[in-house]
Design a protein around this ligand. Sequence first.
Ligand SMILES: [Mn+2]
Length: 337
Amino acid sequence: MKALSLPHQMQSSNLIKKIQDAKSLLLTTHKQCDGDGLGAQLGLYHSLKKMDKDVRVMCVDDVPKKYRFLDYDKYLEVYERPHKPIEETDLALIFDTNDRRLVEPLFSELEKKCKDILFIDHHPTLNQGPEPTLGSYIDTSAASTGEIAYFIIKTLGVRLDEKIARALYTSIAFDTQIFRYVKSSPVSHLIAAELLEYEKNAEEIHRSLFATHTIDKIGYLSKVLSEVEFFADGRIAIIRLSRKDLKDFNLDMDDSRDVIDMIMNIKTLQVAALFREEEKDTYKLSLRSKGEIEILSIAENFQGGGHMFASGALIKGPFKEIKEKVVSQFLNRLDAS
Ligand SMILES: [Mn+2]
């Protein structure tokens, strides 16, 4: 088997030394956490515990219940819930984002209490938006933040175990959507193969991440999917999710995540936009592209961010108006490609 070598970027960065030197650490990830950020921070949490570090792991807001198989309740604190005060801390590590706005209000608290704050991420840094903190570690070639966490753990010399492997495998399986999006590299598979020496129930993880639909959810999906609008001969799709539908079908925000991924399975489709209503005339916009059309800059036009081919923003205005803006930006790019 091809041996995994440490990314050059990590060899030459100060990240490992900073982690080694820190006595106290706090790990966190972006709001409305997902399997990648959660798995990466938990993987590192278990590893730092083994190094006898004073370490806390915290999410800004509640963790979706589908991640219960990670047993996060036992370790993880939620900033928006009652928790021990955050004391003076040597180092805060923030996973799976480099945009401090996605970590507020926790980020401002960390700025007061932590000597150093570093982002560990695989999203491109924003052209329009706050810069990551100095010394942050960003590797956009990684298919998941969990892969970066794996290399950190290996470099720290911590031996893998069931808990670390489960957390990291969750990261990789989540962000690659079970090895569908691997950035044309063998790294995700090679790391996973090693993790599976410790993780004996990968299929349970796959089910927990991607097969947790309820009957309500299927009802919701069938309604939402019947309302998708297509443009440019089926190359563009627009989806609007109302708060009312989520409520009517007893669902929460996390349940709306996979709608756009389902739409992307349409063969003719190049790009899709999902507008999730947060409040009246305020939408969380998610953009996806199959890879021919770059859509990060569209998200940035609305003060958002993300990846080249999966991005998002918060956007305000009457739906019809903002929809037209997004469709026209899509059409411009389709014409140019
Ligand atoms: Mn990620």
